[in-house]
Design a protein. Structure first.
Ligand code: NCD
Length: 328
């Protein structure tokens, strides 16, 4: 595999290979010295055109733990804010000899363009493009679900296994969510059954073609399906309203949204005992998730962040080091 642009790039075998590699990476992260020599002498560029905290830091940490040189490039404070095109930015990166470019961009399809326009020879990893895809988020979510719900005492990470038989509910602003799109695809590839739950205004056109069920009733889904994992999505106010100021015309009021689609203590009590509560972050506490749900012992939100590092180490390793090692 040369690039990771979409969760659709992964079939069952390659998805399990990433998760199993991430399990090996995670095992090294409990050591006192966390750094591995694997990507010594290689350069990873983090190209972030959109705000990000955890994804950018996570990729940076992952690359550094593998001993790569890391260059962080954010649109603010660079020539991009002077109107430089993606092509010219790419040619600059190429001239600097980047082996991998990790890109987050507000335009859906930008990573695909970067990978296939012939401007750069490097591997391209999509760290989130518009409302389209965020494949490493789906991988870290699958890793977290597998560890909690498939792992055993002998094999805590569930190595070699997929997610067959598990039910996952993905709740909230599906319309604007690249996390939902990537997760539906990857969870389906791994054999889980997914139900999207959202108000009709936040369900994308064409959702019938996605490999999942759709419901407008959170209480029914929780009671009838007893999901093993419930993934709450952030209400993406910055993508609502034509002026980008975050109008909430997609639902009557924040209070109404919380009452109908928010996860709170009452709904937590209806979930099965073993169910895990997930959120990709950043959370709107009090809107899609209450503080007691976010901080409950069944919430794995902080673990998702930690697992993100291991998963991104695995992705960078598989894209940059595996073939070279095989040749050597
Ligand atoms: C997500 C994203 O940026 O798509 N966050 C993340 O990567 N941790 C989800 C979101 O912003 O709501």
């Amino acid at each position: 595999m040369k690039h990771l642009l979409s969760a659709a790039d992964l079939d069952r075998t390659s998805a399990i290979e990433v998760l199993d590699t991430a399990a090996r990476m995670a095992a090294t992260q409990g050591r006192e010295i966390k750094k591995l020599p694997t990507l010594r002498g290689r350069t990873v560029v983090n190209l972030f055109f959109e705000d990000s905290t955890r994804t950018r830091i996570s990729f940076e940490t992952a690359a550094k733990r593998l001993s790569a040189d890391v260059i962080n490039f954010s649109a603010k404070g660079s020539s991009v804010s002077k109107g430089e095109s993606l092509k010219d930015t790419a040619l600059t990166l190429q001239a600097m000899g980047a082996d991998a470019v990790v890109i987050r961009h507000q335009a859906s399809g930008a990573p695909h363009r970067l990978a296939h326009a012939g401007w750069v020879g490097s591997s391209v990893v999509n760290a989130g493009d518009g409302t389209h895809q965020h494949p490493t988020q789906a991988l870290l979510d699958a890793f977290t679900v597998r560890r909690h719900l498939v792992g055993t005492a002998d094999e805590p990470d569930g190595v070699g296994k997929d997610l067959t038989g598990l039910r996952v509910a993905i709740v909230g602003d599906v319309l604007h969510s690249r996390v939902a799109r990537s997760n539906v695809q990857l969870l389906h590839t791994l054999g889980a059954r997914v139900t999207l739950v959202a108000p009709p205004t936040l369900v994308p056109v064409g959702v019938e073609a996605w490999p999942c069920d759709v419901s407008y009733h959170l209480d029914d889904v929780i009671t009838d399906q007893q999901p093993d994992a419930i993934m709450m999505l952030r209400v993406q106010r910055e993508r609502m309203g034509a002026d980008g100021t975050g109008g909430t015309s997609f639902f009557p009021s924040p209070l109404e949204y919380t009452r109908t689609f928010g996860l709170d203590a009452r709904r937590m009590a209806l979930l099965p005992e073993h169910a895990v509560v997930m959120h990709p972050g950043p959370m709107n506490r009090g809107l899609e998730i209450s503080a007691d749900a976010a901080d409950s012992p069944r919430a794995v939100i902080v673990e998702q962040v930690a697992n993100g590092v291991a998963v991104r180490m695995a992705v960078l390793y598989l894209l940059l080091a595996k073939e070279r090692e095989a040749v050597a």
